[in-house]
Design a binder for this molecule. Structure first.
Ligand code: PHE
Length: 509
């Protein structure tokens, strides 16, 4: 019998008495596991080999799990700390127990909640008392960590205590890895074939011009395709889900009659703040710690229209209208010309409303952008240093809060979000102002998704706008979290990104 090379190698290595894992055959033959798998299925089709499959689970400690496996679980450390301070009959201060155990700051919370969960004692109003009979040795979580700490790092899922596995997984101390093990065994036919002798055929995988012109194609044996064989998953490129979300938002807003704005990422504070009636000496000016530019540090005087500067300065000093009130505080043009990365994309709205982008605009108008804004925030599950803001505004003769709320309701409905909530808010440039909240589909938390309002005359008049303008800045990442259920924005982009999530997440609306 003649067979392709890999099949011959697999056939010769497989045994009729024992099931041999594909990996072992790959090692012995020097072939790749994928090639061995393919050959094994081909041999199975030919009746020479049988392939069995089973799923296996392997557990491995996460980094945090590894730490506790050696140092002990934080709740145990707390228990020991309290016990050695005699906190049995009389409670002691929590701080004393924590200090004694030497728990790291980030472990305190973990220690307290698990201490309570396991009933290791009582915690009440900043004091702690331990149950001296709690048996650390009998804690299944600890036992499991110790097994996994062993160099083999493997655990028999049949004997592992299921609840301990589940709770360690929930605590992020354990990773579960599911995979398929394939084993092969010679069939009787396979044994007969081997006894009669198998030889290697050169099979050809691809027709080449040479084969055709030489006429050799008629002699050679072509490799057969097994379209049912398992193959390794190939991950092609795809747009980032957040990018897709941004495109969906653009689609929705264009569908609602909005035009897109564009403008500078680095802008003068004048456009980022002063035109928004943000007083120069107000702490809100440094509200989002700015990313200021060193070089160039300021926008040139001639790049800002003189009459606009004058009008904005006048609004700050004296307010607008006959009974206008300004801030009665200093206003400095140099200060306004300082350059920074925009902390919001409202500078784009300002530039458009002032007629600096598309020329003078007559009502009605609707504009939006989905662009980056930059804030020197502390990175956490819901904050990044740069994020996408969905900026938008509508200019019309008569606008009320109902229009604003109706627009958001219609917009968020397109993403299946029907329970947004409004909270009164304060912005120097809008009156009234509203923050928007939405409920996270998994955690149930109410999260802030945007800020909005109706622009004040102190902002609009210097820009030369006579109609009403309602406006908003919504966070694309927050919409993404509500729409996809993502719980930590750092899973979505940045260094901690969850590749599996990016590969499989579908953005639908
Ligand atoms: N600039 C505001 C922010 O970044 C959003 C906003 C824009 C609010 C326009 C009202 C009007 O939070």
């Amino acid at each position: 019998m003649k067979l392709p090379e890999t099949q011959v190698a697999v056939l010769e290595t497989a045994s009729a008495d024992d099931a041999t894992p594909v990996e072992q055959i790959a090692e012995e033959t020097g072939e790749k596991p994928e090639a061995v798998t393919r050959a094994a299925f081909e041999l199975q089709d030919a009746g020479l080999l049988s392939v069995t499959e089973r799923s296996e689970t392997e557990y491995a400690l996460t980094e945090e799990g590894g730490t506790y496996a050696y140092d002990g679980l934080p709740e145990h450390t707390l228990w020991v700390g309290a016990l050695s301070n005699d906190a049995v009959d009389e409670p002691i201060e929590l701080g004393q127990a924590i200090g004694h155990g030497g728990l790291a700051d980030e472990q305190v919370e973990i220690a307290l909640s698990n201490f309570a969960r396991k009933g290791m004692g009582t915690i009440d109003g900043g004091t702690i008392r331990v149950d001296p009979d709690f048996d650390l040795e009998a804690d299944a979580e600890r036992a499991l960590l110790e097994v996994l700490r062993g160099d083999e790092g493997e655990l028999d899922p049949d004997t592992a205590e299921e609840t301990a596995v589940e709770s360690l997984k929930r605590r992020g101390l354990l990773d579960e890895l599911d995979f398929t093990v394939r084993e092969v065994e010679l069939t009787d036919e396979g044994v007969t074939a081997l006894m009669e002798g198998v030889e290697v055929t050169e099979t050809v995988g691809q027709v080449t011009p040479e084969l055709l012109t030489s006429g050799e194609w008629a002699e050679v044996e072509f490799a057969e395709y097994n379209v049912e064989a398992d193959a390794e998953t190939v991950h092609g490129g795809r747009p980032h889900p957040l990018r897709e979300m941004s495109e969906r938002v653009t689609d929705v807003l264009v569908g609602m009659g909005f035009e897109e704005m564009q403008g500078p990422h680095v802008d003068a504070d004048f456009y980022i703040n002063d035109c928004l009636f943000m007083p120069q000496d107000h702490p809100a000016r440094n509200h989002w710690d700015r990313f200021a530019l060193e070089e160039p540090a300021r926008m040139n005087r001639e790049d800002i229209p003189e009459d606009l500067v004058e009008a904005v300065e006048n609004a700050h000093r004296n307010g607008v209208g006959p009974d206008g009130e300004g801030y009665h505080s200093p206003w400095d043009e140099d200060f306004a010309r300082a350059l920074a990365l925009r902390g919001h994309t409202t500078n784009l709205s300002v530039r458009h409303l002032a007629g600096l982008a598309e020329g003078d605009l007559e009502p009605p108008q609707r504009y939006f952008s989905v662009e980056k804004a930059y804030r020197n925030d502390t990175l956490d599950a819901t904050h990044l240093l740069e994020f996408f803001q969905i900026e938008g505004w509508v200019m019309a003769e008569d606008i009320s809060v109902r229009d604003l709320m109706g627009t958001f309701t219609e917009f968020y409905e397109q993403f299946g979000i029907t329970d947004i909530e409004f909270k009164p808010h304060y912005n120097p440039y809008t009156e009234p102002s509203f923050e928007l909240f939405g409920r996270h589909p998994n955690t149930g938390d109410l999260i802030e998704i945007g800020n909005s309002g109706i622009f004040r005359p102190e902002m609009l008049e210097p820009l030369g706008v006579e109609a009403d303008v309602m406006a908003w800045g919504l966070a694309l990442e927050r919409l993404f979290m509500l729409a996809t259920g993502a719980e930590d924005i750092r899973d979505v982009h940045g260094t901690l990104v969850d590749l599996e999530f990016l590969r499989s997440e579908e953005v639908v609306y």
